[in-house]
Structure formats: structure tokens, C-alpha cells
Design a protein. Structure first.
Length: 366
């Protein structure tokens, strides 16, 4: 089969796998297509909670027709026994003749052993098809495995002059309904939504996905060194139904920890840095240890500045409204102490888009 056809089917596998983004952590959102003679015999993607795996779903659909077929898998099939048997073994047992993968799996439990098992069984293996696209799709999982932290997307919704509120604190709504719908879609494809304590106190956000007909909800995370958050907030009232995680410092009162735990929240202690604030690198490592692969940060300005300064932002999403609030408005990003342009974090423009009356620009570190 030609390279063009391999890329065609791999892109389908990647599109299928993307359906699991935000829903399968700590596992990768893998897609799989079983093909023979240009006909799709089975297709699958990692299911909610991380299992069944994509290969299992596709092979079950293909049945006996999988024998002699080609399997396109967006990430190297697993080779270790976890809560499910290895997918490499399942492909071997099904009798597929060829396996095409987009990317190898750096997880030490796999790391080439899945492909080696396939080759040892006499199955032809082709690697690296649509590798850049596969790396993009799986970058959250790859980040957790190789860097010990989830990938992070920072969202800024601002006026044309980079303000997120007026001098009096009014902020709803700077951007329009199309932009807000896009934000809900982004929440849905991330494992968690992150805000700082200031945003939680000022806005009393729910941080849920609404208006899209989606029942699944991301984890809602608040960074609060002393857990000095409103007790009657929307987050506390719903913590027993939609996950709430609170990252706090060592000086958070035990009574506050207990109140939130009793409400159904998970409290995560993390170290503080030299300035007494939460160490954001430690926060991200803790979230990676908890299994998260993709985090969507929605503010506020001090948290945005801290994440940028610590080089923890992978993607930057900026929604700009056609209004100007002036210098007295609240800036989207807090002080970063940058004295020279060379010190500023730089991102590459990946995409621009119109969202109703607003403009979206997506920037990436790679």
C-alpha cells in the first residue's frame, strides 16, 4: 500500500483517537482502523476512563475479517499487562498481516517492545506515518511520560488592548457567545480546567462544560495556598458530583482541608517557592502524578504570569474582542519582571480564526 494511502488511514485513526481527548487520562487517546483492500473492517478509539483500548474496539468490530488485514494505530500498541491484556498480543492473535503506527510509545513499560513483539510474530511493521500529527494529538500523554507533567493550554480572553476587566472589575462579557462556546469545547477536550484562587473568589465560576450536550466533565482545579476560598461557592456546592481538586501549600489550615474534603473535593499539598507562593512546577508535577495529561488554564493574570515565567505553557489561546478598556483596566497577564525582549517567552502562530465578533489566535511552543 502506498504512502499516500497509509497517511489517509492514519489520519482517520488520529481523528477517531481525538474523540477520547479529555476523557481517557492517564491513558493516551489512541485511534485504530483495521483495513483490507481499501475497505474499513473495524475502527475504534480508547474509551472513557482509558479502556477498552482502541485496538480492542477495532478488532472486536472486524472479527475474523481482521486476519490478513492492516491495522493503523496512532500510537505504538501496548505490550504490558495492566488492567487489560496487551494490545500487541491482541493484534497478533487476530492474525493481522501488517501494523502501521504513527508514533512510538515512550512509556518505559512499552518503549519499542510492542513493535518488537509484532515483528517477532512475523507481522510487518511501518513506523512514523503522520508522525507530526500523531505527536500533536498525543502531546499531553507524551508530556506526562517524558516530563512528568501534563501539557498546559493557557487561555486569555481580552479586549483589543489586552485587558480582562474594567477598573471596577466588570468582566462579563468581554467576548461574545461564539467565543464562550469555543471555550466550553476546549474544556471538554482537556482533562482539567485550572484557575487561581483570585479568579475563584472574584467570579465564583462553575468551570463546567455547558451548552454542548456533553455529560462528561473535566476535573476543576483551583490553586489556593491557604485554601481561603468561599465556603458557599459553586465549586463547593457541586464537588460531590463534578471533581474538584485544590492545590494548597503546607500552611493551609487543617480545618479548611477537612471542610473541602467533606464536601467531596480532593486536596493536594504542594511546596511553595522562594516568594511564598505555590511552586507552579511542583503543582504541575503533582497533577502529572495524579494522571492528568491535558490542563486548560483560564486565569487569572497572576497565575498566567507565573506559568509563563516558569515556562510551563505549551499552547497559548488568545481570544480578542473589538473593544478597548484603557490602561486602568486589569491586564490579562500580571507582572513578569521582563526587562529585555530576549527574556520574553515566545510562541509560534499556529492558527487564526473568527469566533463570531471576536478573533482567536492559537500559539504553540512546538
Amino acid at each position: 500500500m502506498g504512502e499516500g494511502q497509509d497517511a489517509r488511514w492514519m489520519r482517520l485513526a488520529l481523528a477517531l483517537g481525538a474523540r477520547g481527548l479529555g476523557r481517557v487520562w492517564p491513558n493516551p487517546a489512541v485511534g485504530c482502523v483495521i483495513v483490507r483492500d481499501g475497505r474499513v473492517l473495524g475502527r475504534g478509539w480508547t474509551q472513557d476512563g482509558g479502556r477498552p483500548h482502541a485496538e480492542t474496539m477495532a478488532l472486536a468490530q472486524a472479527g475474523e475479517q481482521a486476519r490478513g488485514a492492516t491495522a493503523y494505530v496512532s500510537l505504538e500498541p501496548c505490550s504490558h499487562h495492566g488492567k487489560t491484556p496487551p494490545c500487541a498480543d491482541a493484534l497478533i492473535a487476530a492474525g493481522v498481516a501488517r501494523v502501521v503506527v504513527g508514533l512510538g510509545d515512550p512509556d518505559p513499560r512499552v518503549a519499542g517492545s510492542g513493535l518488537a513483539a509484532l515483528r517477532a510474530a512475523g507481522i510487518a511493521v511501518t513506523e512514523g506515518v503522520c508522525a507530526p500529527e500523531a505527536r500533536r494529538t498525543h502531546r499531553g500523554f507524551l508530556s506526562r511520560v517524558t516530563q512528568g507533567r501534563p501539557m498546559l493550554t493557557l487561555k486569555l480572553a481580552t479586549s483589543a488592548d489586552g485587558r480582562i476587566a474594567t477598573a471596577s472589575g466588570e468582566s462579563q462579557w468581554i467576548t461574545g457567545p461564539s467565543a464562550r462556546a469555543w471555550v466550553h469545547g476546549m474544556r471538554a477536550c482537556h482533562d482539567a480546567v485550572l484557575v487561581g484562587a483570585g479568579t475563584a473568589r472574584a467570579d465564583d465560576p462553575s468551570l463546567t462544560v455547558r451548552g454542548l450536550g456533553i455529560a462528561h466533565q473535566p476535573v476543576r482545579i483551583v490553586l489556593s495556598r491557604r485554601l481561603d476560598l468561599p465556603r458557599g461557592s459553586a465549586l463547593m456546592q457541586t464537588a460531590d458530583r463534578v471533581p474538584v481538586w485544590l492545590c494548597h501549600g503546607p500552611d493551609a489550615p487543617l480545618a479548611a482541608c477537612k471542610v473541602w474534603q467533606d464536601a467531596g473535593a480532593r486536596v493536594i499539598p504542594v511546596a511553595t517557592g522562594p516568594g511564598g507562593q505555590l511552586d507552579l512546577a511542583a503543582v504541575m508535577r503533582a497533577l502529572g502524578d495524579a494522571g492528568l495529561t491535558r490542563v486548560f488554564c483560564e486565569g487569572g493574570g497572576m497565575l498566567a504570569a507565573g506559568l509563563l515565567a516558569a515556562d510551563l505553557v505549551d499552547d497559548l489561546a488568545v481570544i480578542t474582542a473589538g473593544m478597548v478598556l484603557g490602561a486602568e483596566g486589569t491586564p490579562a497577564v500580571g507582572a513578569m519582571g521582563i526587562a529585555a525582549l530576549a527574556e520574553a517567552p515566545r510562541f509560534a502562530l499556529a492558527e487564526t480564526r473568527v469566533l463570531g465578533g471576536d478573533a482567536l489566535s492559537l500559539w504553540s511552543r512546538g
